[in-house]
Write a new protein. Structure first.
Length: 283
């Protein structure tokens, strides 16, 4: 197996990763397994996580795939019981489930006179049910797993929770008001949890990835001929390092935050991994 960059030893620990069917969180699951953790990959559909779990096992790690919807409390509680029986009680929770919805996204960056009557999806056309779904997936999808998996952490007086925030939690991106607001809520909730659990030995932090080109967002970033979209040009112009992040570049942040020795006094932070995007004023 590959060695982890911080030599973080998670032998004997059980890590639960929600949203593990995605590119970034599946990689996080692999990184935790390489550090010695027994990893439970949780996702709403099980096709991808079964493949990722098998890849971890092939590398010499311990992993199992569990199909569950983070918004289905009863179903998730049943899965949590299975995880505890098969792997052990949760020591590390990565709340990675999240996403956006097209009907909670405007077509244009800026409102212009006439948009209300035009054939375009403006702010006034956003579907409230879809906006609600985005908030529920990102915020409730962090709260419910934390309620379920942190219960044992609170009893054992130790544990680590990593939430996945976003660049748009710092400053909202155009066109995605619901997703930006929901991720801002995740960052705020991270700080709230850190204070709430401060006397229990549970540390709560978040990682805010900058811009990574993945299968989920490739249509927004690249034209069919492989050339960058206008949005990509704006992103790269606002990223001082001038490029997208590589998935492997999240490893250090993750391993640092779950390391009780290296980050034992670190709780309540939202750590950007963004190539300088959040630091750049545009001038």
């Amino acid at each position: 197996m590959k060695q982890n960059v911080l030599n973080t030893d998670l032998t004997g620990k059980v890590a639960v990763v929600t949203g593990a069917g995605g590119v970034l969180c599946s990689h996080m699951a692999k990184v935790l397994a390489r550090a010695g953790a027994k990893v439970a990959l949780v996702n709403r559909s099980d096709e991808a996580i079964c493949r990722y779990a098998a890849e971890i096992v092939e590398e010499g790690g311990t992993a199992r795939a569990y199909k569950a919807d983070v918004l289905d409390r009863i179903g998730l509680e049943a899965v949590a019981a299975r995880i505890e029986e098969e792997l052990g009680p949760c020591d590390i929770l990565v709340n990675g489930a999240g996403g956006n919805h097209p009907m909670a996204t405007t077509d244009k960056e800026y409102y212009e006179p006439g948009d209300i009557d035009a054939d375009t999806k403006s702010f006034f056309d956003l579907d409230d049910a879809c906006v609600d779904a985005v908030f529920r997936l990102n915020f409730n999808g962090t709260l419910i797993p934390t309620q379920i998996f942190a219960r044992h952490m609170a009893k054992q007086q130790s544990g680590c929770i990593i939430n996945i925030s976003s660049m748009n939690a710092f400053t909202p991106l155009t066109k995605i008001p619901a997703y930006s607001g929901a991720k801002a809520a995740v960052s705020n909730f991270t700080q709230w949890l850190a204070v709430h659990f401060s006397g229990t030995g549970i540390r709560v932090n978040a990682i805010a990835p900058g811009f990574f080109s993945t299968k989920q967002n490739e249509k927004l970033l690249w034209n069919e001929d492989g050339t960058p979209t206008a949005r990509t040009k704006k992103i790269l112009a606002a990223t001082p390092m001038g490029r997208f992040g590589e998935t492997e570049e999240l490893e250090g942040a993750l391993l640092y935050l779950v390391n009780d020795q290296a980050a034992g006094f670190v709780t309540g932070i939202v750590l950007p991994v963004d190539g300088g995007f959040s630091a750049y004023s545009g001038v």
